[in-house]
Design a protein around this ligand. Structure first.
Ligand SMILES: [Zn+2]
Ligand SMILES: [Zn+2]
Length: 457
């Protein structure tokens, strides 16, 4: 950019002394316990911000990473779902809605840092920026130690989509917004570019954090939502999030409660849907979602975020039935804003608060991961979701009586239902115990040996 070279980086950056030192929990690799890293000072480049973390939640992908099922650089600070408060900014930093960030503002932020200049950013695919960095996905390095949510503070880089949120919405509702909620916004927008959801029949496969969020959002958009998941507990949760009906994909198609029977009952015998949102990543679920599409239907694939077996696609059917298949991964800053706007009111009428389970102090991150693992496949159904079986398979999940699997639709009510049913803990939380709310003060610049280069005054 013209003019940039004339400005001194030193005048644009801000060196901060953190008292007490920020604490980052560093993941050193598979099979090893997290290690605490004290970060006594950081340098914010022009346009960066420092935020204290109020609550971070453990995503299914974090669990995959520490389990070695997904490559991740080490050592790194994981965590990309969190809510926090602005501590400082270097120069004016604007939120997605254009407001200028000020210390004390409560914020959430995008998982991707994008450059805003590359060809992909310019065509609106900032979530796929060619020089993207991602919170919770980078090796710890000098000048970006606070790069993930599992820390008492996070260093937000210029190019991050930052969204100001209200003080009333519970932290457990807001933290997953930068993962599940914003991704669902992107998925629903991908479908609505083909057909508006109002009055449509929408099939949601997978009722983890993504699926429950999609159920609520599509229902609120005026769709009739049918949710397919082999877990009875998840299906019960889907009804509480607004599903018109739920189906067990592991049942034979002739059985009561099978996907075929439920779809037929909900569509006056048509037995097909207009939109399918595939959020489980399970290959049989992808196949059943394609098979369930009516003419003009749209399939949005979201859950398939790890390598899987290929799925058969009949090209003639795609042509003759005018089908659309779209892929969605991450989201744009504007979609994160829409996610926050949605949650700001939705949590009062849908049980989003029940998706947060136990909350651990940040220092007990290994116990938090053990609890997340014990949930048996936390939210984003990636590869931890129980595989949905084809309709011909008579198998059902072990230990669950098939007769208990189908529940009638819940009465349509805008009121928050009391938590009579056991809560579905889709996320484990981490809360820093000593959040440095004190305003950071200037941190003297030091060279590699720790010697001051520019002594104060
Ligand atoms: Zn996530
Ligand atoms: Zn870019």
């Amino acid at each position: 950019m013209p003019g940039t070279a004339l400005a001194s980086p030193r005048t644009e950056s801000l060196d901060l002394d953190l008292t007490p030192a920020a604490l980052a929990m560093v993941w050193p690799g598979v099979g090893r316990a997290h290690e605490a890293l004290a970060v006594p000072g950081i340098r914010l480049a022009h346009g960066d911000a420092l935020v204290s973390v109020e609550l971070a939640t453990v995503c299914g992908s974090d669990v995959h990473t520490i389990s070695g099922h997904r490559p991740g650089p080490v050592p790194s600070v994981l965590g990309h779902e969190q809510v926090g408060r602005v501590l400082a900014t270097a120069g004016p930093v604007r939120a997605v809605d254009g407001r200028r960030l000020e210390a004390g503002m409560r914020v959430i932020w995008s998982v991707v840092v994008s450059c805003g200049r590359c060809a992909r950013c310019r065509r609106g695919l900032s979530n796929k920026c060619s020089s993207a960095a991602k919170y919770g996905h980078e090796a710890v390095h000098h000048e970006w130690e606070l790069s993930g949510g599992f820390a008492s503070a996070v260093h937000l880089k210029r190019g991050t989509g930052i969204v100001i949120v209200d003080d009333e919405t519970p932290a457990g509702v807001l933290a997953p917004a930068s993962c599940a909620t914003a991704t669902v916004v992107a998925a629903i927008e991908a479908a609505e570019q083909i057909t508006p959801l109002t009055g449509r029949t929408v099939l949601v496969t997978g009722a983890g954090m993504l699926g429950l969020t999609a159920t609520a959002m599509a229902t609120d958009a005026g769709a009739r939502v049918i949710v397919s998941d082999p877990s009875a507990e998840r299906r019960a949760a889907a009804l509480r999030f607004g599903a018109a009906a739920v189906a067990d994909p592991s049942l034979p198609s002739a059985a009561t409660g099978s996907l075929a029977r439920v779809l037929a009952a909900q569509t006056r015998g048509r037995g097909l849907c207009d939109v399918a949102l595939e959020l489980s990543g399970a290959v049989p679920a992808v196949a059943s979602a394609i098979a369930s599409l009516d003419t003009g239907g749209v399939l949005v694939l979201v859950g398939s975020v790890s390598p899987s077996a290929p799925v058969q696609l009949d090209p003639e059917r795609v042509v003759r039935q005018l089908l659309t298949v779209r892929g969605v991964h991450n989201y744009t800053p504007v979609q994160l804003q829409r996610a926050a706007d949605y949650l700001a009111t939705a949590w009062r009428r849908r049980p989003f608060e029940q998706l947060l389970g136990e909350v651990f102090p940040l220092e007990q991150i290994d116990a938090a991961f053990a609890a997340a693992r014990a949930l048996g496949g936390p939210a984003p159904a990636a590869s931890t979701a129980p595989a949905t079986a084809p309709a011909s398979s008579p198998s059902s999940p072990a230990g669950i009586s098939p007769t208990a699997l189908f529940r009638p639709p819940a009465p349509d009510s805008e009121a928050v239902r009391p938590a009579a049913v056991a809560p579905v803990a889709a996320r484990i939380g981490l809360a820093p115990s000593a959040v440095p709310h004190a305003v950071p003060h200037p941190y003297p610049d030091r060279d590699r040996t720790g010697r001051r280069i520019h002594p104060a005054d």
